[in-house]
Design a protein around this ligand. Sequence first.
Ligand SMILES: NC(=O)c1ccc[n+]([C@@H]2O[C@H](COP(=O)([O-])OP(=O)(O)OC[C@H]3O[C@@H](n4cnc5c(N)ncnc54)[C@H](OP(=O)(O)O)[C@@H]3O)[C@@H](O)[C@H]2O)c1
Length: 321
Amino acid sequence: MKNQDSILIFGSSGQIGKSLIRKFTKNNYKVIAVTRSIHRKGYQIKTQSNYGYLELEEIKSFTEESISKLMEKSSICINLIGILYEKKNNHFNLIHTDLPSLLSKVASKNSLKQFIHLSALGIESATDSKYATSKINGEKKVRQNFPSSVILKPSLVYSVDDNFTTNFMSLLSILPVMPLYYSGKTKFTPIHVSDLANIIFRIVEKKISSETIECIGPEVITFKEIILKILKSINKKRLLFSLPLFLAKINAKLFELMPKPLLTMDQLILLKYDNVISNKYKTNFDLKMMANKKFDDEINLYSFNWTNGGQFSKKKDNGDK
Ligand SMILES: NC(=O)c1ccc[n+]([C@@H]2O[C@H](COP(=O)([O-])OP(=O)(O)OC[C@H]3O[C@@H](n4cnc5c(N)ncnc54)[C@H](OP(=O)(O)O)[C@@H]3O)[C@@H](O)[C@H]2O)c1
C-alpha cells in the first residue's frame, strides 16, 4: 500500500538532496532516499534526517522494474540526478534525457501524485552545449510522459556543501592569480540551497502541478563579482586577469584530463551564456515563493574555513564599515 506522505528522492546524496531530506523529515514527511551506493553515501544521507523518518534504498541499475518497485511505496517523486561533466559511461544524454524520461514514464504508470524534476536555468540559448541540450531534451520528455510534472530550473545553487563556492575558496587560497573567462562578465542569479529546499517544500505542500519554474535568488551577480566576494570573504587578495578564449580552451582541454575536472570545454561554452531568467517561464518570486538569502551573508558563514587561522582568524578591516 502507498504511504501518501512519503517522498521518493533520486539523487538524494547531492547538495540539494541532503537539504531536502532535512526539510521534509523535519516537517514529518517520510523520505525514501535512493542512492547507487549505500556503502559510499549512506552515512552522509542518514545523518540528515531525524530518527524514523528516513528509508534508504540502493539502486544498482535503472530499469522499469527496479524504479517501479520503489515508486509503489511512494506518491511523490523528486528527480535530482545530474552530472556536471561526462566521464566513461556517464553521458549527458543518458543522465539528463533518457533517465528523466524513464523515471517520468514509470511515475505516470504508477499514478504518482506529483513528479518534480530538476533541470537548469539559462540553457535555452546554449544550443552549442551538450549539457544544455541534454537538459532541454530531458524537460521535453518529462513534460510528455508526466504532463502535470513540475520542472524546476535553478541558477547556481550554493552552500557549504556545494561544488562551486567551496572549490573556488580552495583554489583562491592557494593560487596567486585567477583567470577570468569571458572577462568574468557572465551573469548568475545564485540561490541558497535552503531557499531552494523551501521552494520545493512549498510545491509539495500546495500540490502545485503543471508548472515550469525558474528558481533564482535575490541578486544578479557577474562571475567576476562572485570571485571578488569570495576573495573578500576569505580575506585574500589575488590578481584577476582576463584569459583570451584560445588560452581558455587549452586550459579546459588540460583540466578535462583530471578525474574531477575543474573546467571542461562544455562548461566553457556554457559560461558564454548568462544564467539569468528567460522571461519565458514564471519564477519562484512570481509564485510568491521568496528566496531572500544574500550571497555575501551566506558565504561569510562558512568562508572562515579557508581564511588563514581558520575559525580563530580575525577579519581584516577592509575599510567599508
Ligand atoms: N547545484 C547547482 O548549482 C545546480 C544548478 C542547476 C541545476 N542543478 C540540478 O539540480 C539537480 C541536483 O543538483 P545537486 O547539486 O544536488 O547535484 P549533485 O550534488 O551533483 O548530486 C547529484 C546526484 O546525482 C546522482 N548521480 C550522479 N551520477 C549519476 C549516475 N550516473 N546515475 C545515477 N545517479 C547519479 C548522485 O547520487 P548517488 O551517487 O547517491 O547515486 C548524486 O547525489 C541536478 O539535476 C542538477 O543538474 C543543480
